[in-house]
Design a protein around this ligand. Structure first.
Ligand code: HEC
Ligand code: HEC
Length: 355
């Protein structure tokens, strides 16, 4: 008869061997934590401090890695499309097209917004469906008409390039290259793509009264006057800074034909009747660089945009109450509004181009 101790030992051995044989499920992945010292991204004149989530403070290493990934077409299934293909510095971090082209020349149904100052948007995408830059970055890599990849595919592709391994280790410490690390690094890089210190900022916040032409100064006044342009109601200018967006959603009637809407916009996310045809207010910073305009890229020039507002947008049952005909604005008023928007072209940080 085996003694009690032998039995116990046998049981332990049995137990252990059975657990070793099971195919181990991957351990519940611990969140990827940037390893280096957090950096403070310097906000240019006219912009508030750059916000970042507590679980992904930007570090020099994650920003550098994110910059490399942002410009790398490896992230797409057929190695042809990078984030910069649709949000490139040569087009004000957009693509200059009405609708972007993804892998195999496929076209989507919305205009690519700029990545400039996206760090300040509380929700991402025209319809606000992503709550952060990290979550946003997951979208295009998996979108079948943009980069058409999968999280696992991206992980494998990036890990197959040995030169990425040290970059990931410097950024997140040792361990597997994960999709989460990819999206966190890209988001940290995007937070450095901030642009301010425009002639408007120098005039408004820098005390340089000569920074704006007389026409642009008149345009600013019209922009802010609730009885005139009323643009400020949504493209906000605050006392200490200006985001030129209220981070909210409004229906202007872009793409509307009576009560027929081509794109339901924010409604797709919230299913609130009031959100039908509403889109996020885009910032107007660097707006001369980011045409064509509106969520469908339907307006080619800033003059076209002003004409659209002068006509009160497109009438439809969900049009925002702040949008009304501005046909009382004189020709000079309209030109002044354009001159003002032209003063919003800011400085581009030196370290955000292709590495
Ligand atoms: C094929 C073109 C294409 C590619 C590639 C692409 N994007 Fe976009 N991006 C778009 C379009 C179009 C939208 C707007 C879609 C919508 O709102 O539904 C968008 C939206 C965004 C936004 C939201 C900005 C805002 O104002 O809400 C950010 C940020 C962004 N993209 C970053 C990225 C990053 C990072 C990558 C790479 C991982 C990337 N994009 C790849 C076309 C593209
Ligand atoms: C009720 C809020 C609201 C008001 C008021 C408003 N806008 Fe807008 N603006 C928006 C929204 C929302 C969009 C995007 C609409 C869309 O694509 O469907 C937009 C788009 C734009 C664009 C295109 C930007 C781009 O990147 O595509 C410009 C330029 C612009 N507005 C300038 C102005 C000017 C100038 C005024 C005043 C005459 C004004 N806006 C008044 C909310 C507003």
């Amino acid at each position: 008869m085996p003694g009690r101790r032998t039995l116990l030992l046998a049981a332990v051995v049995l137990l252990c061997s059975s657990c070793a044989q099971k195919t181990e499920p991957p351990p519940a992945a611990a969140p990827a934590v940037p390893k280096g010292a957090p950096i403070q991204i310097t906000a240019p004149l006219g912009l508030p401090p750059v916000p970042a989530p507590a679980d992904n403070p930007p570090t020099a290493e994650t920003v550098a890695l994110g910059r490399r990934l942002y410009y790398d077409p490896k992230l797409s299934v057929d190695n042809t499309v990078s984030c910069a293909s649709c949000h490139g510095p040569e087009h004000g971090f957009t693509d200059g097209k009405s609708f972007s082209e993804g892998v195999k020349g496929q076209k989507g149904g919305r205009n690519a917004p700029t990545v400039f100052n996206a760090a300040y948007f509380t929700l991402q995408f025209w319809d606000g469906r992503a709550p952060s830059l990290e979550k946003q970055a997951e979208g295009p890599m998996q979108n079948p008409i943009e980069m058409a990849h999968t999280p696992q595919g991206v992980e494998k592709r990036v890990a197959a390039d040995p030169s990425y391994v040290p970059d990931f280790e410097k950024a997140f410490g040792p361990g597997r290259i994960t999709f989460e690390k990819v999206t966190k690094a890209i988001a940290s890089f995007e937070r450095t793509v901030v642009s301010g210190n425009s002639p408007f900022d120098k005039f408004m916040y820098g005390g340089d009264k000569k920074a704006l032409s007389a026409a642009a100064q008149r345009g600013l006044a019209i922009f802010r006057d609730p009885k005139k342009g009323n643009c400020n109601a949504c493209h906000t200018i605050e006392e200490k800074y200006a985001l030129f967006t209220d981070n909210k959603f409004h229906n202007l009637g872009v793409g509307a034909d009576g009560d027929k809407l081509k794109d339901l916009g924010r409604y797709e996310v919230t299913k609130n009747e009031a959100d039908k045809g509403a889109f996020k207010t885009p910032s107007l910073r660097n707006v001369t660089l980011t045409g064509p305009y509106m969520h469908d890229g339907s307006l080619a020039t800033l003059k076209d945009v002003i004409d659209f507002y002068v006509g009160g947008g497109n009438s439809n049952p969900w049009r925002d109450k702040e949008i009304k005909s501005l046909d009382f604005l004189s020709r000079r008023d309209r030109d002044d509004l354009v001159a003002f928007m032209e003063s919003l072209t800011g400085e581009i940080p030196g370290n955000v181009g292709k590495p």
